[in-house]
Design a protein around this ligand. Structure first.
Ligand SMILES: Nc1nc2c(c(=O)[nH]1)N[C@H]1C(S)=C(S)[C@@H](COP(=O)(O)O)O[C@H]1N2
Ligand SMILES: [Mo]
Length: 355
């Protein structure tokens, strides 16, 4: 794992990229991403689940272990929350040297309306023991990564798991979860990078010890070398993307726009707090001007931004956008490198030919 490769995508990387598609950036137009346009990231195979046979176990350091059917889950309190998801590896393929894994460019993002039941009341009903420290969420998907055979599993501290907005979701955009998004039930943790939202949930285990699973201790950590422990990834760094203006050239995806007034627009989000500013550059990041920022689509979902542009002369322009959130976090011009290629939130650049 975590090997880096010279330029040129290998067939193995292409194999991953063909399974795990991004959101076509023209879908930035939608407040809520239509289901088939939302990005996908699936480490192993999509499990085949019979709804009638499926159960969710809640066990470990609890007073009253629970064993729930899908009907039991659906009969509980129901909420719908728009949430922006982004894969922690978004931007990985733009790093140099390039870490070998799913080679995302910029499009591992989407915003869906998730419907399900809040997590906290379920944990309260199970009754956490006094020594409860972590909650482990385990999926039904099974495979090998980093030479470790495992079920996909991630944990949260009790404090994070009891936070506001977390839910066990059985619907996306008003429809039952399709197989690829975690049928019949997935965890949704607003504001955190995508790996936290465990799909095909089979078990919630309360533990007195920190969970030593692969996706906690080996993966999803910011490291400069392979042998340092590094820092665990949690919330999404601020990021903005540009809705590609005009029309594309097939292969390069460079854009062609007519001379005259036009409007640039896009989306911006952060897992740390609301976006407070978006700036636009049309000269590759040399100079910046403020964009107009709309209200967020929801407390945990992206904002739309727009910028009126009236280029004086035809030519090639490099359009960039940069978001800043309420904590002062912003986007760097150059991507921050790390071993596994996570959290690359460098400014988005689009080449636009004004003709
Ligand atoms: N069980 C399970 N859950 C998972 C994954 C997985 O491979 N298995 N991938 C994670 C990662 S890395 C991301 S980015 C999100 C992607 O969610 P989506 O495919 O519904 O967009 O799911 C997360 N949940
Ligand atoms: Mo991811």
């Amino acid at each position: 794992m975590d090997v880096t490769a010279p330029p040129g995508i290998s067939l193995e990387e292409l194999q991953l990229a063909a399974r795990n598609h991004g959101m076509p950036l023209e879908a930035l137009r939608h407040d809520i991403t239509p289901i088939g346009l939302h990005y996908l990231l699936i480490h192993y195979d999509i499990p085949h689940v019979e709804a009638a046979a499926w159960r969710l176990g809640i066990d470990g350091r609890v007073r009253r272990p629970l064993d729930l059917s899908l009907e039991d889950v659906r009969a509980r309190e129901r909420i719908t929350v728009p949430v922006t998801f982004e894969c922690a590896g978004n931007g990985r393929a733009r790093l140099d040297p390039r870490p070998v894994s799913q080679p995302w460019l910029s499009e591992a993002v989407g915003t869906a309306e998730w419907t399900g039941t809040p997590l906290r009341p379920l944990l309260e009903e199970a009754g956490l023991e006094d020594d409860a420290a972590e909650i482990v969420f385990t999926g039904l998907d099974h495979g090998v990564e980093g030479e470790v055979e495992q079920d996909y599993a991630r944990s949260l501290s009790v404090q994070d798991a009891l936070g506001e907005g977390l839910l066990l979701a059985y619907e996306i955009n008003g429809l039952p979860l399709p197989p690829q998004h975690g049928f019949p039930l997935r965890l949704v943790v607003p504001g955190w990078y995508g790996m936290t939202n465990v799909k095909w949930l089979q078990r919630i285990t309360v533990s007195a010890e920190p969970f030593p699973g692969f996706y906690m201790v080996r993966s999803y950590r910011l490291r400069q070398t392979d042998d340092e422990p590094g820092e665990a990834l949690t919330r999404m760094a601020p990021r903005s993307l540009i809705l590609p203006p005009g029309f594309p050239e097939f292969l390069s995806r460079e854009r062609i726009v007519s001379l005259g007034p036009s409007r640039l627009e896009g989306r911006a989000w952060s897992g740390w707090g609301p976006i407070t500013a978006v700036e636009v550059s049309v000269d590759g990041g040399a100079t910046w001007a403020s964009a107009q920022l709309d209200e967020a689509v929801g407390t945990h979902a992206w904002h739309r931004w727009s910028f009126d542009w009236d280029p004086a002369v035809p030519g090639a322009y490099v359009v960039c956008s940069r978001a800043t959130d309420s904590t002062g976090r912003t986007q760097p011009i150059e991507p921050p490198w790390n071993v596994s290629g996570y959290a690359n939130n460098a400014v988005h650049r689009v080449v636009v030919h004004v003709e």
